[in-house]
Design a protein around this ligand. Structure first.
Ligand code: SF4
Length: 336
C-alpha cells in the first residue's frame, strides 16, 4: 500500500446470493474492482442506477452482510500507519471501525433523523452513543459548536426534521456524520432528489468539511455534474466494474471509454438547446451479465472480440486507465 493510500480494494468480487424458491440466484454486483483511494482526496464513483455503486460502498464501509458476500479479493484500510485487511476483523472490530474511522452519509436524511425527535435530541443520542459526556448540556454545547464550525444555524437544533427543507435536512445529516471527525466519509447519492440550487449547498458543505478535516471522501452519484464540481478523481462503473478511472478534468476533457462519452454527452450544456445524447438501450441485469465486455450490447463500436473477452486495463495517460478493446489489450488480464 502506498503511504498515502488510505483505502484499497484488490480484485474485489462481491455478490448477492439469494435463495429463490430453493434455487440459488447470484447477483454479481461488484466484479473485479481495484481501487486505491488516497488520503485527503475526493474520489467519485459514477454510473447508472443498478450498476453496483452502492454495493461497492457497502464493501468499502465494512458493512457486508448476507445475502451480500465477498466472493474473492480484499478491502484494506491504512489505520495509524498499519495495513488492516477488513476480512480479518471481528464483527465488533468492524462496528468500531465504522464508528471511529468511517462516516456514512446515506441518500435520504430521514433514515438518519428521527421524525418525532428534535434535531438536538438526535444529536444528543448520537453523541452519547459514541463518546462519554456527563451532562446533556455538554452534548448540546458540542452540537452547537460543531454546527457553527460548519456555518449552519444553531437554531435548527430546536427544529423537528419536517420543519426543515430537504437540503437543510441533508446538511444536518452530513454535519452529524462528521461530528467525530472521521478519516473517511462515504456518501451514497447524498444529493439525489434535491433541486440544483440546494444540491450546490450540500456539495459545498461536503467540500468545506473535506477541506477542514483534510480527510477522504468517497462519493457515489449518477450525477456527473456533481462529480465535476467536487471530485478529484472519478471512477466510472458499469455492470459492477470500474471501466475507466482518471482525474476529474481528464474524465471530462478526454474520456476514453464509449460509456463515459455517453455519460458526459448527456449533461446539459449552457446555451446549447440541442437534444442531449443518452446511453442507448438498458443496463444489463447483474444476474445475467453478457459475455465479454458487459457494455457490448449497447456500444456503437462493438467488435467481435468485445462479445467474447473482457479487456483488461490500459494506461492511456498518467493516472488515466480504461478497460476497452478500442484502446488496447490491457495489462490486468482478462477480467471476468
Ligand atoms: Fe465497446 Fe468493445 Fe470497448 Fe466494450 S470493449 S466499450 S464493446 S469497444
Amino acid at each position: 500500500m502506498k503511504n498515502n493510500t488510505i483505502l484499497k480494494t484488490e480484485r474485489l468480487h462481491a455478490h448477492y446470493i439469494l435463495d429463490v424458491y430453493g434455487k440459488a440466484k447470484v447477483i454479481k454486483a461488484v466484479n473485479d474492482v481495484d481501487l486505491a483511494i488516497q488520503e485527503n482526496e475526493i474520489y467519485g464513483i459514477a454510473g447508472e442506477s443498478g450498476c453496483g455503486k452502492s454495493t461497492l460502498l457497502k464493501a468499502l464501509a465494512a458493512a457486508v452482510e448476507p445475502p451480500l458476500r465477498i466472493i474473492s479479493g480484499r478491502v484494506t484500510y491504512r489505520i495509524a500507519g498499519a495495513e488492516v485487511d477488513v476480512s480479518t476483523l471481528t464483527q465488533e472490530e468492524k462496528r468500531r471501525l465504522r464508528m471511529e474511522y468511517i462516516a456514512y452519509v446515506p441518500q435520504g436524511s430521514m433514515s438518519v433523523l428521527n421524525p418525532v425527535a428534535r434535531i438536538r435530541d438526535t444529536y444528543r443520542d448520537f453523541i452519547e452513543s459514541h463518546i462519554s459526556v456527563h451532562q446533556k448540556s455538554e452534548a448540546f454545547a458540542l452540537a452547537k459548536e460543531h454546527l457553527s464550525e460548519l456555518g449552519l444555524p444553531v437554531k435548527i437544533l430546536d427544529a423537528y426534521p419536517h420543519q426543515l427543507s430537504g437540503g437543510m435536512r441533508q446538511r444536518v445529516t452530513i454535519a452529524l456524520a462528521t461530528l467525530l471527525k472521521p478519516r473517511i466519509i462515504i456518501g451514497d447519492e447524498p444529493t439525489t432528489a434535491l433541486d440544483v440550487v440546494v444540491q450546490r449547498g450540500v456539495v459545498q458543505l461536503l467540500k468545506d468539511v473535506q477541506a477542514k478535516l483534510r480527510n477522504t471522501i468517497v462519493l457515489v452519484t449518477h450525477d456527473m455534474g456533481v462529480h465535476a464540481n467536487i471530485a478529484d478523481r472519478v471512477g466510472i462503473m458499469y455492470a459492477g466494474k470500474i471501466v475507466e478511472e482518471a482525474p476529474t478534468e481528464k474524465i471530462f476533457s478526454t474520456p476514453a471509454h464509449p460509456y463515459t462519452h455517453y455519460l458526459i454527452n448527456s449533461l446539459p450544456k449552457f446555451g446549447d438547446k440541442s437534444p442531449r445524447e443518452s446511453v442507448p438501450g438498458s443496463p444489463p441485469s447483474l444476474a445475467n451479465l453478457p459475455a465479454g465486455c458487459p457494455f457490448h450490447p449497447r456500444c456503437p463500436h462493438v467488435m467481435d472480440i468485445c462479445k467474447q473477452e473482457m479487456p483488461g486495463f490500459t494506461q492511456v495517460a498518467s493516472n488515466h486507465k480504461v478497460a476497452c478493446w478500442l484502446v488496447g489489450e490491457g495489462t490486468h488480464g482478462k477480467a471476468a
